[in-house]
Design a binder for this molecule. Structure first.
Ligand code: PHE
Length: 347
């Protein structure tokens, strides 16, 4: 290259080429790569210009250098402008695709909840705990003595047929009722006694309302001057807390070998309030538990003087109360672990 006109023409041609090529660049990454190629000192359209300095006659060197710098500055500005434009467009696309609609309803986070049986047991424990009852942990494997004999159900007593029993051996069995705990408590503690004892019980029984394994909660109060009135008073508090303030109780005569008198406790139907509906089978009342005044012979058998002390006892079926309260019509729903059922009950 010998004259400046020639140089100017060459630089104009390079500019035109770059301008044409820039039109085809559509993203910022390509701008970066294109710029690198152009400015590359070995082969780049602009980068290589400086290499040619040695071939330029001395008197032209200064002017040559100036022109090369000019085109460099020009190209740099072009690249920056295009880069800025494309980056802005790219950010707009990104923002658009990542846009969050804050008005959308939140995704429901799935949280676990306690099993309905556990919820009901906890409620019962809270209610009776607030009335001053202690908790007694009974045992699931019992002897024939604690489950039957000490509860005034000797061998060959017809009441044994009331509860189909799983025997483990002639002596040991799976307890059929938490009442067996009454005997342990009365043997271990002196009156005043005021305990509840929730736990599993087992009977060979299986239909829509019975399961071979279910849960009961025993209640036992032994002190001077305890009567059936105390029982009803405590049960009133319990049913009103579980089924509603206006729920009433009714005691009907019944029979249990270990209580005398024995009663069956009904609650006024919390669904129809006495008018009669399917739940209460048109009677206005629903049977909820068995109870009674502790049989004197049971107290005496545990070394408690029945001329000084008296007691009341009750046995609540926890599944039964849960089924009534939560409207569950088959006890199997409480044992099948079907989340469609269990998720609905969160008290
Ligand atoms: N244990 C009796 C049952 O399982 C219920 C009960 C408990 C009755 C305490 C009276 C007193 O049927």
């Amino acid at each position: 290259m010998t004259d400046l006109n020639e140089l100017s023409e060459k630089l104009s041609a390079i500019k035109a080429e770059i301008k044409d090529e820039l039109v085809n660049i559509t993203n910022s990454k390509s701008v970066y790569e294109y710029r690198k190629n152009i400015m590359d000192s070995k082969s780049g359209k602009i980068g290589s210009l400086m290499k040619e300095m040695c071939k330029i006659p001395n008197e032209m060197k200064a002017e040559y250098g100036k022109k090369v710098n000019e085109i460099k500055t020009w190209a740099q500005a072009e690249f920056e402008e295009l880069d800025k434009k494309l980056k802005e467009a790219e950010m707009r696309v990104k923002y658009e695709s990542e846009k969050i609609d804050v008005t959308l309803p939140a995704k429901k986070a799935k949280k676990g909840n306690l099993h309905p049986n556990t919820q009901m047991r906890n409620q019962l424990v809270d209610i009776f705990g607030s009335m001053g009852f202690d908790i007694y942990e009974g045992r699931e494997i019992e002897t024939d003595y604690y489950n039957f004999t000490a509860l005034n159900i000797p061998q060959d007593h017809p009441a044994r047929d009331m509860q189909d029993t799983f025997y483990l051996s002639p002596e040991f069995l799976l307890r059929t009722q938490t009442s067996s705990g009454q005997i342990h408590v009365m043997e271990e503690q002196k009156p005043p006694i005021k305990i509840i004892s929730p736990g599993k019980v087992f009977r060979s029984d299986d239909d829509a309302t019975h399961s071979p394994m279910f849960s009961q909660m025993e209640g036992l109060v032994v002190d001077k001057g305890i009567t059936l009135c105390d029982l009803q008073g405590m049960l009133d508090v319990f049913v009103q807390k579980i089924f509603g303030e206006d729920t009433k109780t009714r005691l009907r005569p019944s029979y249990f070998p270990f209580t005398e008198p024995s009663v069956e406790v009904d609650v006024s139907c919390f669904q129809c309030h006495g008018a009669g509906c399917r739940l209460c089978k048109g009677t206005g009342w629903i049977e909820i538990l068995g109870a009674g005044v502790v049989n004197k012979s049971v107290l005496e058998g545990c070394g408690i003087d029945s001329s000084v002390y008296s007691g009341i006892a009750f046995g609540i079926g926890i599944e039964r109360i849960a089924m009534l309260k939560y409207g569950i019509n088959n006890i199997k729903h409480l044992f099948e672990s079907d989340l469609r059922v269990l998720d609905q009950i969160d008290d």
